[in-house]
Design a protein around this ligand. Structure first.
Ligand code: ADP
Ligand code: MG
Length: 266
């Protein structure tokens, strides 16, 4: 079986996509899974956050999408065992224009991920804060979408636009695109608003919402500036424990047959 490919998507910025992409990747790798993180945001925050400096970004996601390099050429190892990354640079910001006239412009990434057998358990794609051609490429290439939702006012706004886009992609370029789940981020259990957003999300989305909540935790915001994952920066922190729990929940969802998982949820 090939890798499970998961896009981390929300067209809003600052909701925890990159924090989830890097730390969930690190947590999956820590359980022994082999993981590739594809940085698809021109800002390259996931690459920086995992300590990939500019000198190591001679080949990037741009080169992968442009079609002249295979995954094996552009993926580099992080300091974490089992975790590799395809880094991004600001080059990617011109992708919209550069690939506008390309044939199959929405399936450029899919083609690269399928052109050679890839020996990963998971490929996570950290998407930019928009539903642009890069994000569309990610969703076309993916088995599923994982949506971080910030436990804030208006959190559920914008989700309908995203769901519409997912339906459009299903009816055109990727009929089997699933929803991996919605994960609440920056959750503050003492705050009524967080609880309200959680209740609304569970009412509207049911089992799609992960049981695991990612708390607001300052250690999570500090870790990237030390070029570390939270598991390394502060393994005892609430943030580290949450991302380990999210990785376990995600793995359990796949290893248990659908029927049994429903029984277990009751
Ligand atoms: P996105 O990729 O969606 O734009 P980020 O993951 O970059 O969002 O997060 C936005 C900001 O919020 C960053 O400064 C990040 O460090 C911080 N942040 C993300 N998740 C948390 C959290 N659970 N607790 C505290 N700060 C967080
Ligand atoms: Mg980001």
């Amino acid at each position: 079986m090939g890798p499970r490919i998961i896009s981390i998507v929300n067209q809003k910025g600052g909701v925890g996509k990159t924090t989830t992409a890097t730390n969930l990747s690190a947590a999956l790798a820590a359980t022994g899974k082999s993981v590739l993180l594809v940085d698809l945001d021109p800002q390259g925050n996931a690459s920086t956050g995992l300590g990939i400096d500019g000198a190591r970004r001679s080949l990037t996601t741009y080169d992968l999408i442009a079609g002249e390099h295979e995954v094996s050429e552009v993926a580099i190892e992080t300091r974490y065992s089992g975790l590799s990354i395809v880094p991004a640079t600001t080059d990617l910001s011109s992708a919209d224009l550069d690939f506008a006239g390309a044939q199959n412009r929405v399936s450029l990434l899919k083609r690269r991920l399928q052109s050679t057998p890839l020996d990963y358990d998971y490929i996570l794609i950290d998407c930019p804060p928009s539903l642009n051609i890069l994000t569309i490429n990610a969703m076309v290439a993916s088995d599923s979408v994982l949506i971080p939702l910030q436990a804030e006012f208006f959190a559920l706004e914008g989700l309908s636009q995203l769901m519409l886009t997912i339906r459009q992609i299903r009816s055109t370029a990727n009929a089997s695109l699933g929803i991996e789940g919605v994960v609440l981020t920056m959750y503050d259990r003492r705050n009524n608003l967080s609880q309200q957003v959680e209740a609304d999300a569970r009412d509207n989305l049911g089992d799609l919402v992960f049981r695991t909540l990612i708390p607001r935790n300052v250690r999570l915001s500090e870790a990237p500036s030390f070029a570390m994952s939270i598991l390394d920066y502060d393994p005892a922190s609430a943030g580290a424990r949450a991302y380990v729990a999210l990785a376990e929940e995600l793995i359990a969802r796949h290893s248990v047959p659908q029927e049994a998982s429903h029984v277990a949820a009751r």
